[in-house]
Design a protein around this ligand. Structure first.
Ligand code: NAD
Length: 478
């Protein structure tokens, strides 16, 4: 039975009032809406993909002559809207409710990072050569309409991150969200479009089809007016865009290993690993998914991890029960993805001690929890005899995704060796994995990390074409 406290009542009332306020602020289309939430074509949300693409194309054509200052105003409007405290809370709460994944405080952090840490127009730099032959510049220029496919694990973060980068680069975007995040994505496209239009920019620079589906995503990929495809998701959707015949950027799955060697600050490593692996219930593709610890410090690491909120499973039967609960053959069971450690333990009849954030267990390297991208706070620990063996196991566990890896060590040679050999797009040294996406580490934020196609952490310049302009014989003033 849940207990009602003054705080919980206050929270519910605030949430209802916020929702009513937002509904009232939604402009209702005069000729009827296509969705029950009152969001429709006036907001950039269209009944069909064709209409969404055509509207984005019209918006792009009108956006093309606008100045960089106007693009910067668009970016500022997206940042301000996404960081409005009521909107931040709404996005986080609704993402958890609609997708059934993750937790509200971490989603607030992730959305804030996307809104404030994604580079804008300043990311677009010009190269120039001048000499006796004249002046040549290479400037970055928009593709036009981009089809952007977003995952269920970071539904609003990806829309905010992509919208800032893609619009800063002068494009318009048709989003294809995951069906589980459809209502929230419609709401976000609508509020962002309203904020963008208020700057004087063309209407509907962001669009989507009201009801996302596999058929609609495929129609988006085929549409002749879509010039660039950007897929953020699992291996299926990434290989689909790569075989579309169009320019495509693929940001795919990972299975980030974290290696801890005998030179590491073991207590700090334990805290960083628990922090990283429990962040948004392990949903980020960058989160630590398996620990490889050298024998010399493995037990100390396990001890410290328990002091920071790890519940270590030592009973083989309990581990089997958890496996049966969360695995469906070789894959994680969808209904357990992004659930908390406490919920998973409750699922096998164990009441987690207060403060439990992650479930750990010492396993063999072949264990499915090591080999599979689980996307839940279930973190296997594999022992290795030394750092070289640990690095080799980490490379194998990463499966060549070239996504993310983490290492805790103070040995520069070992850090360099692992970074060189594992070839991941993100390599975090001595920190939690999220430091690699600009949360607590230096560098900008991206929620589309393009490992398979090599663009890395995407930003505005990723979404722009390089175009050369040559002025022959003039404007060389050297
Ligand atoms: P998913 O692949 O199931 O879905 C991603 C998107 O693709 C969704 O919008 C979905 O509707 C669409 N989609 C999937 N299969 C499709 C098909 N056959 N036809 C048309 N559309 C299809 O992934 P998910 O569960 O939403 O997200 C989790 C996955 O995404 C994980 O593997 C995670 O590692 C990865 N991810 C990667 C990054 C990155 O930047 N590299 C970021 C976030 C998530």
């Amino acid at each position: 039975m849940t207990t009602t406290t003054p705080e919980s009542v206050e929270r519910i009332v605030a949430s209802v009032v916020g929702e009513v306020r937002r509904r009232l602020a939604t402009s209702m289309p005069a000729d009827g809406c296509c969705t029950a939430d009152g969001i429709g074509p006036d907001d950039g949300v269209y009944p069909t993909v064709d209409e969404a693409v055509e509207a984005a194309h019209r918006a792009w054509t009108a956006y093309l002559p606008r100045s960089m200052r106007e693009r910067a105003a668009v970016v500022a409007a997206i940042r301000a809207t996404a960081t409005d405290p009521a909107n931040l809370e709404y996005m986080a709460e609704q993402a958890v409710i609609q997708t059934g994944m993750g937790n509200v405080p971490d989603k607030i952090l992730k959305n804030k990072a996307a809104a404030l840490g994604t580079p804008g127009t300043e990311d677009l730099t010009t190269d120039a050569w001048s000499g006796d032959g004249g002046l040549t510049t290479v400037e970055v220029s928009p593709y036009g309409v981009i089809g952007a496919i977003a995952p269920t694990t970071n539904p609003t973060e990806t829309i905010i991150n992509n919208a800032i980068g893609m619009l800063a680069a002068g494009n318009a975007v048709v989003f294809s969200p995951h069906p589980r995040a459809a209502a929230l994505s419609r709401w976000l496209v609508a509020v962002l479009n309203r904020a963008i239009a208020a700057t004087g920019a063309p209407e509907h620079l962001l669009t989507m089809a009201a009801e996302p589906s596999i058929e609609n995503t495929q129609a988006l990929m085929r549409h002749p007016l879509v010039r660039l495809l950007v897929a953020t998701g699992g291996p299926g959707i990434v290989s689909m865009v790569l075989s579309s015949g169009k320019k495509a950027i693929g940001a795919g799955a990972g299975n980030p290993p974290v290696v801890v060697d005998q030179t590491a600050d073991v207590k700090k490593a334990a805290k960083d690993i628990v922090d990283g692996a429990s962040f948004d219930n392990n949903l980020p593709c960058t989160s630590e998914k398996e620990v490889i610890a050298v024998d010399a410090i493995a037990d100390l690491l396990r001890f410290y991890m328990t002091t920071f909120g790890a519940f270590e499973v030592r009973d083989a039967a309990l581990l089997k029960a958890i496996e049966a609960l969360v695995m469906d053959g070789d894959d994680p069971r969808a209904e357990w993805i992004g659930k908390s450690a406490t919920a998973i333990l409750a699922g096998v009849g164990v009441e987690a001690p207060a403060g439990t954030r992650v479930i750990t267990a010492v396993t063999e390297f072949e264990h499915p929890f090591v080999q599979t991208e689980m996307l839940m706070p279930v973190l296997p620990i594999v022992r290795a005899k030394d750092v070289d063996e640990a690095i080799q196991l980490a490379i194998k566990a990463e499966h060549g995704f070239r996504h993310t890896a983490v290492m805790h060590s103070t040995n520069v040679d070992a850090l360099t060796k692992m970074a060189k050999l594992i070839q991941t797009t993100v390599f975090v040294k001595n920190g939690p994995s999220y430091a690699g996406i600009g949360i607590g580490g230096e560098g900008y934020t991206a929620f589309t990390i393009a490992g398979p196609t090599g663009e890395g952490l995407t930003s505005a310049r990723t979404y722009a074409r390089r175009r050369r302009c040559v002025l022959v014989g003039g404007l060389n003033v050297r």
